[in-house]
Design a protein around this ligand. Sequence first.
Ligand code: IMP
Length: 430
Amino acid sequence: MSTLVIVGAQWGDEAKGKIVDVLGSQARIVVRYSGGNNAGHTVIVGQERFTFHLIPSGILHKDTVSILGGGMVICPKGLIEELQRTRSMRSELGAMMISAAAHVVFPYHRLLDQLEEEARGHNKIGTTSRGIGPAYQDKVARIGIRMGELVRPERFETRFREVLTVKNRLLQMFGHPPLEFEALFSEFSGYADQLREFVTDTEPVLQDAIQRGERVLFEGAQGTFLDLDQGTYPFVTSSYPTAGGACIGSGIGPRAIDSVLGVCKAYTTRVGSGPFCTELDNEIGQQIRDQGNEYGTTTGRGRRCGWLDLVALRQSCRINSLSGLVVTRLDVLRNIPELQVCTGYRLNGSVINHLPSDIDDLAAVEPVYETLQGWEEDLQSCRSLEDLPRSTRIYLDFIEHYTKTPTAILSIGPEREETIVLRRDLIWSH
Ligand code: IMP
C-alpha cells in the first residue's frame, strides 16, 4: 500500500498544484476529491504554464490516471474547455476518469451563487461565483444531478425537467427570470456526449489499485480552514478539503491512507472575506503580494497577505494528522529584514493556542508574535538545505519545533527543479 494525501494546510493557494505535479509523476493514480472549478492549480513546466481548475494536475504525466472523484462538483463546460486547452498544449496526456457520483454544476447554481451573495450584503462570503455552494446545497438536499445521470439521456431529461422547475421558482423569488428548459437541455446533452466516455464508477478502480500496492495520490483543493466543518465558518467553501475529505470524496477508508502531507506557504494568504488575524494591511503585505504575485488563479483577485500563523498551522497538523509539511514560497519572503510569526492568540485577556470556533471570537483575537531575522538572498538556485541562508534554516526550524511536525519538502520557486526533498520516507511508504 502506498497512498498519499496532499492537503492545503492554510486557506488555499498554498502551491499544491506544483507539489502534486512533482509527486504525481511518481503515482499510478491521482485523485481530486473535493470542490469544483473554484480551485485553481498552476503547474509550470519550462516555458509552459498550465492552469487546472477541475482536472487533477497528474494529467500531465502520460502513465498516470487522473480521477475526478465523487466528492467533486463539476461544471461540464469548464471541464471540456480545460481538457481542450491542455490537449492543445500537450499531445500526450494521461488517462482521465470521472466518478459517476460527482455532481453537475448548472447555470442556475452560478446564478444563485451570485444572487445569494448579493442578498448577504455586508456579510458576503466573497465566493468565487462558480456556483459551488448552491451545487453542494442540492447534493445535501438530495435533488442534485450526478455525472452518471447526465450521461444517460432519458434519465437526464426527466431529472433535469423536475429540478429546473424547482430552481426556476427559486430564481423568480430572487427576481430573476426563469431559465428555459429546451436550450439548456440541449446544451448539457451536448456536453454529456463529449464526457460520456470518461464517466464510470471510480471507487473499484481505486480500491483495486490500492490492493495491488500501486501508488495513489489524493489531491486536495482549497485549504483546511476553508473546510465546511473545520474551517472559519461561515467564511468557508461548501466541501471538505481536509484529509478526512479524501475518504468521503473518493470512497476509501481512513486506514487506507499511509501518509498525509500538508502544504503551507512560508507566510499566510486568504481570498474572500473572513477573519485573518495576521493580515498585513500595509507596505509589507503589498511587498509579499508583489513578490509572490499573489493574485487568484480563478478570479484574479488580489489575495490578502500576512505573517505565518503558526497557531493555525499547528491546528491544521492535528486536524489532518499530518505526516509532514511541505513549506512553499520561501523565496517570496526575501528582502524583509524582520519576519514575524504568530505563536498565540490573545482573547479576552488570556492567550489561547487554537482557533476559536465562534467567528466573532476569531475576529477579536490579537496575534502574539515572535520576531525572526529575514534574509536577502535569492533562494531559487538552492538545491539542498545546506544551500539555504542560516536565517532561513532558523525560520524553518522554528516552524518544525512549534508545529511538532517534520518538513518533508521545501519549494523555493515555481519550477519543478526548485524543490528540495528533505524526507523521502514521509512521502511514499515504498
Ligand atoms: P466558494 O468555494 O466559491 O463557495 O467560495 C467560498 C470561499 O472559499 C471564498 O472565500 C473563496 O475565496 C474561498 N475559496 C474557494 N476556492 C478557493 C481556492 O481554491 N483558493 C483559495 N480560496 C478559495
